[in-house]
Design a protein around this ligand. Structure first.
Ligand code: 5AD
Ligand code: SF4
Length: 433
């Protein structure tokens, strides 16, 4: 029988990217689908959605509207992921041509969803933690692996606990097996995913040996063929000394750390329910830089959280001066349904939010230019994974800089030394040594 064609669009975070890979694997194995990049020739069109801010939610409805117009006559449209969880049957009301709605954490039901008219499943605590998904990877060179699902934190701005439910860890033996399979197929980098990875081991669905995130990292680093281990996202609150020391000393753990700050002001952090202070964050970042001088640190920042004053915002600027992050993802606060902060008085006006965001991004760019300039002449070990325009080949340094050289396919999948001779903000250009 001829394979049916699947088009899938993924919005949002790395968890969603992995959920899409799981969906593709299920549909290939059980229903004989193959991927297409052409929406108009697809028999099944999926959009895997994000609801972390308002923008991606709007995007969902504009995208499905466009799908409806351009799709093949009998093609089905399914809405998956976080917005599916939070809007549920509302999606059928706003877009009646949608055939099914499948929430985050319900991915294993995809094969049923496509066969059931107006199927809807949005149980945010559905337990798929020991479901053995089939194999599909977007890249032959690295493997994304989920280590936990959901999030137990109750950050007052965040919708994710309402779309991905309570935190549950995936059994270590399944994670190890997946990493071994990746290594055997030549993907020597693994990328561990969870909403709060360094809280790993807090809760399993069945009896399970006690294991925390640091232990899991050590266990995975013992697998032959795995050369690089990355993970996202850790929580600053759980960055204890044991974790930072293993991070710094294990030669397979890539030296880039995501430390989502959100705000540099202790009062705002308390209102966000982040569980740490400005001083704790600075102490952890400084400890990390001293244990691991090559580390690059990235962060997430929300400006104009309800009630944030100019002085409180200055604390965020102060942390930026002190930590000198290599990368910042910054956002204006966006009130989300189901969250506490959406109810707070003192929502900050849009123009002030914009001014703060611009100020922060400009200052970060200046700092970044200084950091990037120091890269000139440095030698990095680069794992090549991507062909770029005009004969470029790119990959990541061990500390996560994007590095590009002139070259061809032969470089892909290899780790080679590169001397940087033209460092730019987004890409460090160099030559093989
Ligand atoms: N408004 C703005 N940004 C948000 N984030 C999460 N919730 C919101 C919100 N309501 C940001 C946080 C988080 C990142 C994934 O998205 O910085 O770390
Ligand atoms: Fe978006 Fe958060 Fe869901 Fe990821 S977990 S898709 S960032 S809402």
């Amino acid at each position: 029988m001829m394979a049916k064609k699947l088009f899938i669009q993924t919005l949002g975070c790395a968890m969603n990217v992995r959920d899409s890979e799981h969906i593709i694997a299920e549909l290939k194995d059980k229903d004989n689908y193959e991927l297409t990049n052409e929406m108009s020739e697809a028999d099944l069109i999926l959009i895997n959605t994000c609801s972390v801010r308002e923008k991606p939610v709007h995007k969902l409805f504009s995208e499905v509207g466009a799908f409806e117009k351009a799709k093949k006559n009998d093609a089905k449209i399914g809405v998956c992921g976080c917005t599916a969880s939070h809007l549920g049957s509302e999606i059928f009301k706003r877009a009646p041509y949608v055939d099914f709605v499948l929430g985050a954490r319900n991915v294993s039901k995809i094969s049923t969803a496509i066969k059931t008219p107006k199927f809807i499943s949005t149980d945010i605590n559905y337990d798929e933690s020991d479901y053995a998904f089939g194999e599909f990877r977007g890249s032959p060179y690295k493997s994304h692996i989920n280590i936990s699902i959901g999030c137990d934190k109750k950050c007052t701005y965040c919708i994710v606990p309402h779309t991905r439910g309570d935190e549950i860890s995936i059994p270590a033996n399944l994670i190890v097996k997946e990493a071994q399979r990746a290594a055997q197929s030549g993907a020597s980098e693994i990328f561990l995913l969870g909403q709060n990875v360094n809280n790993y081991g807090k809760r399993f669905s069945n009896a399970h040996e006690k294991m925390d995130f640091s232990d899991l990292l050590v266990r995975l680093s013992e697998i032959d063929g795995i050369e690089r281990i990355r993970f996202t996202s850790p929580h600053p609150l759980h960055m204890d000394d044991k974790f930072l020391e293993i991070f710094a000393n294990n030669p397979k753990i890539c030296k880039s750390m995501h430390m989502p700050l959100q705000s540099g002001n202790t009062k705002v952090l308390r209102e966000m329910k982040r569980g740490y202070t400005k001083e704790w964050f600075l102490d952890r970042a400084q400890k990390l830089r001293s244990l691991c001088p090559d580390v690059s640190i990235s962060t997430d920042i929300i400006v104009a959280f309800p009630g944030e004053s100019d002085e409180e915002f200055e604390d965020t600027m102060d942390v930026i001066e002190k930590v000198r992050f290599e990368q910042i993802f910054s956002f204006k606060y966006s009130p989300r349904p189901l969250t506490k902060a959406a109810e707070f008085a003192n929502q900050v006006p849009e123009n002030i939010a914009s001014t703060r965001l611009t100020h922060l991004q400009n200052r970060h760019n200046e700092i970044l230019d200084e950091i990037v300039a120091t890269q000139n002449g440095k030698i990095h070990e680069v794992y090549f994974e991507e062909l770029r325009a005009n004969g470029g080949v790119a990959g990541r340094s061990f500390n996560n800089f994007l590095v590009q050289v002139q070259g061809s396919e032969e470089l892909l999948g290899k780790t080679l030394k590169v001397r940087i001779d033209n460092p730019k903000r987004m890409v460090l250009y160099g030559k093989l040594v």
